[in-house]
Design a protein around this ligand. Structure first.
Ligand code: C2G
Length: 132
């Protein structure tokens, strides 16, 4: 009996892992049976103009330890999403709605869903509060 798994993918830096990150991973997993997360490498973060507090290997290990996550891959560039979706036979691409519209080009190879961001929690805010 073949088990048809609905595979979901999402991407992010996931620095200073917080409730907003948890909630999007939880909701993404609920859309299918298997959740792949592309965690941005430190080098890709430079391209994104982001500097994370935690290095890639810490961020990746934290994400892969989350019960909703089935697989972590490296996110190294903007272009890899199409290849990842094909390589892992992904059905649904999920991102927070701060990215709304930015990845609609993927909708001819999988379902694209933007989920509302969790309000009032931001890694940048946490960094500022820590400095106070
Ligand atoms: N997020 C959320 N609510 C928050 C903060 C973040 O739902 N309060 C979501 C974002 O919308 C994103 C995910 O959590 O879908 C990861 O957020 P970041 O680590 O900030 O990801 P980002 O730097 O936006 O990288 O190719 C896509 C990029 O790698 C996304």
């Amino acid at each position: 009996m073949s088990i048809i798994m609905k595979k979901v993918i999402t991407y992010g830096t996931f620095d200073l892992f917080h409730y907003g990150h948890l909630k999007i991973l939880e909701r993404a997993k609920k859309l299918g049976d298997y959740l792949i997360v592309g965690v941005s490498t430190d080098e890709f973060n430079k391209i994104k103009g982001k500097k994370s507090i935690y290095p890639f290997n810490h961020r990746a290990k934290i994400v892969e330890s989350i019960r909703y996550v089935d697989k972590v891959i490296q996110e190294e560039n903007w272009e890899q999403k199409i290849d990842d979706i094909k390589k892992y036979d992904v059905d649904i691409f999920v991102m927070g709605d701060d990215w709304k519209g930015k990845f609609d080009y993927l909708s001819n190879i999988c379902k694209v869903i933007y989920l509302p961001r969790t309000p009032n929690i931001e890694t940048t805010e946490i960094k500022i509060k820590c400095k106070e």
